[in-house]
Ligand binder design. Structure first.
Ligand SMILES: N[C@@H](CCC(=O)N[C@@H](CS)C(=O)NCC(=O)O)C(=O)O
Length: 204
């Protein structure tokens, strides 16, 4: 197997979801630390790796893939197809959640947290928190009476959405009244290979 290199930052939830998935499927990663809060993605050298100048980026031999959702999908198809479902309906269900992770979860809970993590970022906090509360309410209702986001099993959809939901308290979005989300987080913590990141709980 070729060496898998992840351009990574410990406090990034998007990088963490890749580290988490790799750990759960037993894939060793070589981590290249990118000091994103110090502007390390804003160099010409980094732009050659990813023109969008963002992490995570994964190198699998000569193949390069960027964007956490795309990386999860790539790794699942190549190394762990049990984490997806290749039927049209199954793929559509997963794609919906990958899309929410990339938009609503990002502009709500992720930006609310970033506001407190990096004071230099100019974030409209009230707007981010309003979206964040809507995301948490909708997710909690979705998880009423079901263990996983879709397909009745843990999939990359759960791992794509989980990090910034689990970290919402850091964006001053409390989770205490969202019992279904808290139970879902507990189920993710109990999965084999679970690893935490700063701000998220240890394995159960
Ligand atoms: N859609 C991308 C978003 C990635 C993203 O927001 N990366 C942040 C760190 S979590 C970043 O690299 N920010 C640097 C910048 O935008 O300058 C993904 O899901 O991977």
């Amino acid at each position: 197997m070729t060496k898998l290199v992840l351009f990574d930052f410990e406090l990034s939830g998007n990088c963490y979801k890749v580290r988490l998935f790799a750990s759960m499927i037993g894939l060793p990663l070589v981590l290249e630390n990118v000091e994103v809060l110090k502007g390390a993605t804003r160099t010409a050298e980094f732009a050659r790796l990813n023109p969008w100048q963002q992490i995570p980026v994964l190198k699998d031999g000569d193949f390069v893939v960027q964007d956490s959702q795309a990386i999860l999908l790539y790794l699942a198809i190549k190394y762990a197809p049990q984490w997806i479902d290749s039927s049209p309906e199954g793929m559509a269900a997963i794609a919906e959640w990958l899309s929410y992770a990339a938009k609503e979860v990002s502009i709500g809970p992720q930006l609310s947290r970033l506001n407190f993590l990096d004071p230099h970022e100019k974030i409209d906090l009230p707007r981010a928190q309003t979206i964040g509360r809507k995301v948490l309410d909708l997710l909690d209702r979705t998880l009423q009476g079901r263990d996983w986001l879709c397909l009745g099993k843990p999939t990359i959809a759960d791992l794509a959405v989980f990090p910034y939901i689990g970290l919402s308290r850091q964006g001053k979005l409390p989770l205490d009244e969202h019992c279904n989300i808290l139970a879902w987080i507990d189920r993710i913590r109990a999965l084999p290979g679970y690893i935490p990141m700063p701000g998220l709980p240890d394995a159960r």
